[in-house]
Design a protein around this ligand. Structure first.
Ligand code: NI
Length: 135
């Protein structure tokens, strides 16, 4: 038996898909309108899934309040209403695609939660685009 619990959180952030070293024209060719010079924003939905042993004392894998606090502190506080290209330390020098962004979030939460608890990070960039990272 394996139990997985998922916390869903939302935040807004802006970005411009851009590879430094390439011209605006080349970037536009690769990333299309996502490379418009002044950027654009997304309403991201983040789903963080944790799985592991159920603690016999609490009946929980992790206290959902604790999980929420970790996600808020480690991710949401750092990215909400920010520009991913400029304001976010862990996205510096990265192409801020949602693949890369979701991977960074996975690494950060994996370290913060420890014990191999983190099972999966899903990041919705829009209603139709879902990015999933797992071990
Ligand atoms: Ni975008």
């Amino acid at each position: 038996m394996k139990t997985t619990i998922t916390k869903r959180m939302t935040f807004c952030a802006g970005h411009r898909l851009f590879k430094s070293g390439l011209s605006d024209e080349e970037n536009l060719k690769i990333f299309g309108e996502c490379s418009n010079p002044n950027g654009h924003g997304h309403n991201y939905v983040l789903e963080v899934s944790v799985s592991g042993e159920i603690d016999q004392t609490t009946g929980m894998i992790i206290n959902l309040k604790t999980l929420k606090q970790v996600i808020e502190r480690e991710v949401v506080a750092k990215v909400d209403h920010k520009n991913l290209n400029i304001d976010v330390e862990f996205m510096r020098d990265q192409i801020p695609t949602t693949e890369v962004f979701a991977g960074k979030i996975f690494d950060i939460l994996d370290k913060a939660l420890g014990k191999g608890l983190l099972a999966r990070v899903v990041l919705w960039e829009s209603e139709n685009n879902r990015f999933e990272v797992s071990r």
